[in-house]
Design a protein around this ligand. Structure first.
Ligand code: PMP
Length: 364
């Protein structure tokens, strides 16, 4: 089944939790009362039962295959959202020493602030001066020789910028891929650690996927809580305590759907098409303009505005009346934001572009 929508549903441009593929929701509905002949829903299964163990093992393998995760890296299914990782990363990897943080948006800023509790944070860059409208080039990054790791956020959900390259550093790369994971192929072997909250491209909220180079585990500070220790979680295959069972099951269905869509290569092609359509429309517009600069623009979160907050609010209402919802930008950035994740049908993006043009005709 392709990426389509039935008539009674809206085009949901929410930044997260966000749109899920319709066929996945339908499959979850069909398996709700009796999952795989168990006579119960996944929500009712013990996480130690054979039925759930099968789902867990399959999901992990499907994820490994989908992102070609090398055997050097463990796949962890954790809780606590991406925000827990802001603390878990320095607790496990900073060794009370120093780390480089590239601050290119809201969440990398929050991660850097959290890390200050556990060691010395060195700013590799900070794009706050220009409203986080761009990603710095490699040559602009200031790298420290004693950094335990280099931290960055691949896609800035709020400001709508996305790294178009993988930074080159001597220190292990640690990356927040919450809002662009599974939207393109990634060479996981280049990273010490990748993490992502599930609620954008993967599953409902409640699951965080961590991919960690196993050689980095075991350096946690002595007071690190068990559930935040990568070493403990690797030893227990993420089952130190009850995992987010339902979200893991939903991820499994999303991974099946992704495979049918051509995997991460298929998604990369689609995401470029979706984003080009919107950015072309905004660049041609006399009323709206895109926030992020060309060369730094996100294919996942397209941020735009008119420059007049009242007009922006009118546009958000106009779009909602046409079934295009959740286009209001994040409060720290203002304006509009169209989150066009993997599950967004091209038809939704085309309808948004037409709506932008129609609103412009009525106002210019
Ligand atoms: N990182 C990024 C890139 C995000 O977009 C978000 C949430 N939107 C977070 C971190 C924080 O995620 P959570 O709410 O799951 O802690």
């Amino acid at each position: 089944m392709g990426i389509t929508m039935t008539e009674d549903r809206v085009y949901n441009f929410s930044a997260g939790p966000s749109i899920l593929p319709e066929s996945v929701l339908q499959r979850a509905r069909d398996e709700m009362m009796n999952c795989r002949g168990s006579g119960m829903s996944v929500m009712e299964m013990s996480h130690r039962s054979p039925a759930f163990t099968e789902i867990f093992t399959e999901t992990k393998q499907k994820f490994r295959d989908m992102l070609r995760v090398p055997e050097s890296h463990e796949i962890l299914f954790l809780q606590g959202g991406a925000t827990l990782q802001f603390a878990a990363i320095p607790m496990n990897l900073m060794e009370n020493a120093a780390a480089d943080y590239a601050v290119t948006g809201n969440f990398s800023g929050k991660a850097a602030k959290e890390a200050e509790k556990y060691g010395t944070v060195r700013l590799a860059c900070d794009t706050g001066g220009t409203g986080h409208d761009r990603i710095p080039a490699q040559a602009e990054l200031s790298l420290s020789p004693d950094a335990k790791y280099f931290y960055y956020c691949a896609n800035n959900t709020i400001y709508g910028t996305e790294w178009q390259y993988v930074p080159e550093t001597d220190a292990p790369l640690v990356c927040d891929m919450s809002s662009d994971i599974l939207s393109k192929p990634v060479d996981v072997s280049k990273y010490g650690l990748i993490y992502a909250g599930a609620q954008k491209n993967m599953a409902p909220a409640g699951l965080t996927v961590v991919l960690i180079d196993k050689s980095l585990a075991g350096r946690e500070l002595p007071y690190t809580p068990q559930i935040m220790s990568y070493r403990m979680m690797i030893e227990h295959d993420s089952l130190l305590n009850t995992p987010p069972c339902w979200c893991i099951y939903m991820l499994s269905l999303v991974l099946d759907w992704l495979k049918e869509q051509g995997g991460t290569e298929g998604m990369e092609q689609l995401k470029k098409e979706r984003a080009k359509l919107l950015y072309d429309c905004l660049d041609d517009s006399r009323l709206f303009h895109a926030h992020a600069l060309p060369g730094s623009r996100s294919d996942m979160n397209v941020t735009f505005r008119t420059g007049d907050a009242t007009l922006d609010a009118e546009f958000v209402r106009f779009a909602a009346s046409r079934g295009l919802v959740n286009l209001k930008g994040h409060k720290v950035a203002g304006g509009m934001r169209a989150s066009i994740y993997n599950a967004m049908p091209m038809e939704g993006v085309k309808t948004l572009a037409e709506t932008i043009k129609e609103f412009e005709r009525n106002h210019v």
